[in-house]
Design a binder for this molecule. Structure first.
Ligand code: CIR
Length: 260
């Protein structure tokens, strides 16, 4: 199986990004670009072919491609982001996905951000947040139910997205920040909690046999390593100022190997 990672350049307008739970602080555009390039290099190191779409100077948050689509083996869901400023981000990502997946759109008035969709095998959790509403979760259920996925809505407290507080990091294993989510939502899963004071560490990206984590959260990193997981660390400090984490910056597609 080959993996394709779709990413997008950092917008020169990133300073005007949406913010919900963070104070606005200056973002160093060049540093953000360097960190994003290092993130892409880490994806390459993990065996992904990286396909970077050009940035949009009129879409401050365009680097966060995760929010505009959710990719499954059978299809890709094009979202209708909860933030109006982000709706123009969907078409270029749709164009990149069109040749690789059947596309299904979330239609108005429903809203759904990809950051609220946590996929764990055939189980799909949808966070109900300021960005994703019940109608968005219902639309996802309509698209995925017939394919054998089980879609469950979970309320999220005090965080932008479900994946700000929970990540799937190994088969049946979720990394969570219990401050933002009731652990009871994940009955049947093994749960690992982030270390004290390390809430942002709950967003981690599992690729193959490795988990990509944000640098600076040593307590959580140690917990993941003690659990036997292989870790790669990347700096995410500048995009974290835009309220973005590691899963936000790519869409990972499992592709049949050439010739298979
Ligand atoms: C926003 O508020 O939409 C962006 N500034 C951050 C989006 C981060 N995306 C994600 O967590 N999936």
């Amino acid at each position: 199986m080959a993996r394709l990672a779709i990413t997008r350049g950092v917008s020169p307008a990133i300073a005007r990004c949406e913010l919900t739970h963070r104070e606005r602080t200056p973002i160093d555009f060049e540093r953000a670009r360097r960190q994003h390039a290092a993130y892409e290099a880490a994806l390459t190191g993990l065996g992904c072919e990286v396909h970077r779409l050009p940035a949009d100077a009129d879409a401050p948050d365009c680097v966060f491609v995760e929010d505009v689509a959710v990719v499954f083996d059978e299809l890709a869901i094009l979202t209708r982001p909860g933030a109006v400023s982000r709706r123009r981000e969907t078409p270029p990502v749709a164009a990149a996905l069109a040749e690789r997946r059947r596309l299904v759109s979330i239609d108005a008035p429903a809203t759904l951000d990809g950051g609220d969709v946590l996929v764990a095998g055939r189980q799909v959790f949808v966070g109900l947040t300021s960005r994703t509403d019940e109608a968005g979760a219902a639309a996802l259920e309509r698209a995925l139910g017939p394919l054998g996925y089980e879609v469950t809505s979970v309320p999220v407290q005090g965080a932008l997205h479900l994946k700000s507080v929970a990540s799937h990091v190994a088969p049946g294993l979720l990394l969570i920040d219990p401050a933002g989510i009731d652990p009871a939502a994940f009955d049947g899963y093994e749960l690992l909690t982030v270390a004290e004071g390390e809430s942002p560490a709950a967003n981690a990206l599992w690729i193959g046999d490795t988990v990509l984590v944000a640098a600076g959260f040593d307590g959580t990193r140690k917990r993941l390593e003690q659990r036997g997981l292989k870790i790669v660390e990347v700096e995410n400090g500048e995009l974290a100022r835009a309220e973005g984490g590691l899963t936000c910056c790519s869409l990972i597609l499992e592709m049949p190997a050439r010739g298979a």
